[in-house]
Design a protein around this ligand. Structure first.
Ligand code: SAM
Length: 396
């Protein structure tokens, strides 16, 4: 099924729904733009200080340069413009959301003392229950995404908490099972809208969003595409761009977490959070390494498809699909991803973002500038000819 003219949706055995190149794709090419079904703040609900972001579009608020618009009812939720406030009142910050969040913030709230993660899950469930009422068709799309409920302890607690906030007809709609299913969809499909990394802090998300088309991207530990967001420029879209050229038919994959994560940590996250054993080319090589040979993992937090949280091709087995990075030098055969790190990983402290070329010019000329999908820095691409300093080349 054509998703865009660049990618089509297909089923790959053992990998489920997958996106593959519908034409030869160039590094930097935009293959998907997607809008969120819902967005919610990544801050724990009981954070005392007001969030520094607009509660609708998650742009950074700057009261010195632009007056903020407060919700007149709760006075807790701030919006970057009157337009954002009024859009929120008919979608993300309806009267029910406003009342529910206020009750959950109450000092006697059963949420106080709960871990930060659970407070964020409560935010997600409020947003999802609200979506069921404001846009039933979007709610059905949310339910159609991948994700099977596992542990129901969180679901039972959160269901008992939030269902009491619903008016009686909705109380019946939202069962513990539905709550558990929603939490599973969120865990598997939420993308983080990234905060700019500070030099001393870890990278983090300011908000999470469910992007229905981008949710079809499978994972690879050496991805050939990565996603960008431009939330401070006023857009809540996710844009997926190619990291390098790939031929038609090749599966397009993102990495569900920073690419610097070590083998054992990647395998654990993919097994526990995403329910599969990764057998990508990089994992096959690293499986035989001893622990001290692993790529140093230095503080990158899981991205939840942040690269941002996170299949056999039609007529093509996984090995036939092949790696996008070909090894020219014999001696590099055990480390095909060395080139990836040199060319496509951001070197800024604590960033661990992925670099992709800016989109090609209108006449198709490739850009020689690489943009980081986390810190947003742009640098000149030293290896634009396709040959890096270590003798590796990209196939296409
Ligand atoms: C966000 S969804 C991606 C779309 C999904 N394939 C679908 O059918 O909707 C994540 C799920 O896709 C599958 N998946 C993603 N990457 C995979 C990979 N490299 N190998 C096997 N399965 C993968 C796993 O089932 C994972 O839980």
């Amino acid at each position: 099924m054509a998703m865009t003219k660049e990618v089509r949706l297909t089923e790959i055995q053992g990998r489920g729904r997958s996106l593959v190149a519908a034409q030869p794709l160039k590094g930097g090419q935009i293959v998907l733009r997607d809008s969120p079904l819902l967005l919610y703040s990544a801050l724990p609900l009981l954070t005392p200080s007001p969030p520094p972001y607009c509660d609708h579009c998650f742009k950074t608020l700057n009261p010195q340069t632009a007056p903020i618009s407060l919700c007149q009812t709760c006075s807790l939720h701030a919006f970057c413009t009157p337009n954002c406030l009024s859009a929120a009142q008919s979608s993300s910050h309806t009267q029910w959301v406003c009342q529910s969040l206020t009750k959950l913030r109450n000092c006697h709230s059963p949420l106080s003392g709960q871990p930060a993660d659970r407070q964020v899950q409560a935010r997600f469930l409020i947003a999802a229950y609200n979506l069921a009422v404001t846009s039933p068709s979007s709610f059905q799309v949310l339910l159609s995404l991948q994700g099977q409920p596992q542990d129901s302890a969180d679901a039972q607690f959160l269901h008992s908490l939030i269902s009491t906030l619903c008016p009686p007809p909705q109380q019946q709609l939202f069962s513990v099972e539905l709550t558990a299913a929603l939490l599973a969809k969120d865990k598997m499909n939420a993308f983080g809208l990234m905060e700019s990394p500070s030099e001393f802090g870890l990278r983090s998300s300011r908000a999470y969003g469910i992007y229905p088309k981008a949710s079809f991207f499978n994972h690879d530990c050496l991805p050939n595409a990565c996603r960008f967001d431009y939330v401070d420029e006023g857009s809540t879209e996710i844009i997926v761009r190619m990291i390098h050229d790939v031929p038609e038919g090749r599966e397009i994959c993102l990495s569900y977490f920073p690419v610097n994560q070590a083998y054992s940590s990647r395998q654990r996250t993919l097994a526990e959070d995403y329910g599969f054993v990764c057998q990508c080319d990089r994992c096959k090589v690293e499986a035989s390494w001893s622990d001290n040979e692993e790529v140093e993992e230095e503080g990158g937090s899981a991205e939840v498809m942040d690269e941002d949280q996170d299949q056999e091709m039609e007529g093509e087995s996984e090995s036939e699909a092949g790696s996008d990075i070909e090894v020219e030098a014999q001696g590099e055969a055990d480390f095909p991803h060395a080139y990836f790190f040199v060319r496509f990983m951001c070197g800024r402290t604590n960033c661990w973002g992925t670099l992709a070329p800016l989109p090609p010019k209108d006449d198709g000329t490739p850009s020689d500038a690489m943009e980081c999908n986390v810190c947003g820095s742009v640098k000149k691409d030293e290896g634009i000819s396709g040959h890096g300093q270590n003798g590796l080349s990209l196939d296409g």
